[in-house]
Write a protein that binds this ligand. Structure first.
Ligand code: MSK
Length: 655
């Protein structure tokens, strides 16, 4: 290679950084390096992110371009069609949001279809597991339950849910009514109320096509409306209907990390996002006949584990341990102990199949929506769900004999998972007085300063888990209750932060409240679609009273420290459009589009009381969030020292 070629090659490479803080990950990366195997961690060093695209300065929407707005006076430059930096950045954001909403909401649609099929008795292995939740959802949908059969109600609920996708619901999604009254009115006034999941996604794609909507603020309003179709639509339905079908989560113990795999067992991993097939895989892996089959092949039994949000779905309801988060998917295969990895949709790296070929792992795709060249495709059909699940588990068992060298890093973290808004309500108030009152009171008296959601993914551009763990630890130390979902929750689980012992690290006030109520200071609320549970909790907190009359009044925030995908941007946008202060780490995807950056921070704060901001430095994120919480507390007037009034007997009687 000539000198100039070598320097060009260097420019394409990223600055190396620490890969992970997880010793299990580091052990597997060492094994990969020694064997000359590439992973997402090594490929990220080989490919520097394109600086033009990374800052939102590249428009690829038509064949007159791609146009890049760089160099001197870049802010004043336009694309060939005349599109400004603001228009280009806003179009990028809206398309990314639409992509994320499509993914999570399509998941919701499939759950609704399963519920409909269950109501008609057309499926194998599924039934309505939580009738109380079914009745609660029916009541919210104004569907009568009086004297009706469970499946009859389920059918109408499922149909109403499906109507939310195609916009057959009076131009307002059903779950908008779950938001605080003031928020609903604001959305109506600003024309942000979503009218149908599909309709908003289609309109976003239309308005971002070349030659249509060219006003950044107007475009970003559509971004908010589309995101709300997920947060208070598709994703919220995914959560509620999954609870109806598979059971509403209740606290349970489990453990997390690669150490959950067992050398003497057949190890099967489910990975992706949806609970429908994985529920049946759980049943199949526990079937005595299937376990006997595993034993007949020389294994001691079957270990089922998960990766990403499919893991969260079966963790929350069955205690099945996660083998790790997003960046663990390749590392699990590198252990040499995974006999089958069953994937559905979302967050599945295409690199898995070439990697699986270097080991003995059988990669099995199951969704009619997602195939991977080289992987075995076993299409999932609800009519034969349990039979298909058993066939797939048997494929893993048959593969056990083909194992080579096995290295399982012996690291696990203990955890309590399985929190739902229903359970938190019960936990705070007890069976007869279930209520969010104790939470509100303790926020008002300052023992708990506020609450922060730490959610989202891993991204190999930053050190795996580092900022998630730093922020969880610092926030609870500062008396902030932390709730988690997605791969960020797995991160905490791996380091034992979801275990009750974490109370030792909490500030005095938070610790006192958690000890009294009997809850850990970091609560795992489920998968990425279950961020909708956080929206529901916030609505209940507002309704309970004493902390303002809208979500934007609450001393709360959301952080997505290690995001990587469009789904995360969609979630962040619906949280901001609902009134939350939202901070993303890693990088700002529209950094050079100053108009867009300003609209999403200052403009949205004025308009909807929430903000979407980006800050790669975790220490600055902490400072920003703590300041915002204090700002909200000041505005509520709950930071003022209350004068102690000593009451005499007469005053007490009057009270
Ligand atoms: S799975 S979207 S890497 S959280 Fe929900 Fe994890 Fe992010 Fe996928």
């Amino acid at each position: 290679m000539s000198d100039s070629e070598e320097s060009k090659d260097k420019k394409k490479k990223a600055e190396p950084h620490a890969k992970s803080i997880d010793p299990a990950a580091l052990e597997m990366l060492q094994k990969a390096d020694a064997a000359g195997i590439s992973t997402v961690f090594s490929r990220v060093d080989e490919m520097k992110a394109c600086p033009i695209g990374a800052a939102g300065s590249c428009c690829q929407l038509c064949a007159m371009g791609p146009c890049r707005l760089v160099g001197k006076n870049a802010e004043e430059k336009t694309g060939i069609c005349g599109a400004t930096h603001g228009t280009i950045g806003a179009r990028y954001m809206v398309r990314a949001i639409a992509g994320g909403v499509a993914a999570h909401s399509d998941h919701g649609r499939d759950i609704a279809k399963t519920l409909l099929a269950v109501s008609k008795g057309k499926v194998q292995g599924y039934e309505v597991k939580d009738t109380e939740k079914l009745n609660a959802v029916a009541a919210l949908m104004k569907i009568s339950t009086e004297g009706r059969e469970v499946n009859d109600i389920a059918g109408e609920v499922a149909q109403r849910a499906l109507d939310n996708f195609n916009g057959v619901v009076d131009d307002e999604l059903t779950y908008v009514s779950r938001a605080p009254k003031k928020r609903q009115e604001l959305w109506r006034k600003l024309k942000l109320v979503p009218r149908g999941v599909d309709r908003e996604v289609v309109e976003s794609m239309h308005r971002t096509h070349v030659g249509v909507d060219q006003d950044a603020d107007h475009l970003l309003d559509q971004g908010m409306r589309t995101s709300l179709a997920d947060g208070w639509g598709g994703a919220m339905l995914a959560t509620d209907l999954s609870d109806i079908l598979f059971g509403t989560p209740k606290p349970l113990v489990s453990e997390a990390n690669l150490g959950v795999l067992k050398e003497e067992d057949v190890n099967i991993i489910v990975h992706g996002h949806e609970p429908t097939l994985s529920e049946m895989i759980v049943a199949a892996a526990q079937d005595p006949e299937v376990i006997e089959y595993a034993k007949s092949k020389g294994a001691k039994g079957i270990t089922l584990a998960g990766i990403c949000c499919t893991a969260n779905e079966i963790l929350q309801r069955h205690g099945i341990p996660p083998a790790g988060n997003f960046l663990h998917q390749e590392l699990a295969i590198i252990t040499g102990a995974v006999d089958a990895m069953i994937v559905d949709v979302q967050c599945v790296l295409q690199a898995l199949q070439p990697l699986a070929e270097k080991f003995h792992t059988k990669l099995i795709t199951t969704s009619p929506k997602a195939k991977i060249p080289g992987a075995t495709h076993v299409e999932f059909e609800e009519e034969r769900a349990l039979d298909i699940a058993k066939d797939i588990v048997r494929m893993g068992i048959d593969n056990y004999a083909n194992r080579g060298e096995v290295t399982i890093p012996q690291y696990t973290g203990d955890m309590v998972a399985g929190f739902s808004h229903e359970y938190i309500n019960y936990m705070l108030g007890g069976r007869y007085r279930a209520s969010f009152r104790p939470l509100n009171d303790n926020i008002m008296n300052g023992k708990i300063q506020g609450a922060v959601a730490i959610v989202g993914c891993n991204n190999p551009r930053v050190t795996q888990d580092e900022s998630i763990i730093y922020l969880v630890r610092e926030l609870i130390k500062n008396n902030i209750l932390v709730v988690q979902t997605g791969c960020a929750a797995h991160a905490s689980a791996k380091y034992g932060l979801l275990a009750p012992e974490t109370l030792e690290e909490a500030g005095d006030g938070l610790r006192e409240v958690c000890e009294t109520v009997g809850m850990p200071p970091v609560l795992h609320l489920g998968s990425c679609v279950d961020n909708s549970r956080i929206m529901t909790i916030l609505s209940h907190v507002v309704e309970e009273g004493g902390l303002g009359d809208d979500i934007s009044d609450l001393p709360i925030a959301a952080i997505c420290p290690e995001y990587y995908c469009e789904k995360a941007l969609a979630i962040g946008t619906y949280a901001a459009a609902s009134g939350a202060y939202v901070v993303f780490g890693v990088r700002n995807p529209v950094e050079d589009c100053k108009e867009v950056v300003d609209i999403m921070s200052n403009g949205w704060e004025e308009k909807v009381g929430g903000q979407l901001v980006f800050e790669p430095d975790m220490k600055k994120i902490l400072e920003m969030v703590l300041n915002k919480i204090q700002e909200k507390r000041e505005a509520l007037g709950i930071n003022e020292e209350k004068e102690r009034v000593l009451l005499d007997m007469a005053a007490r009687r009057e009270l």
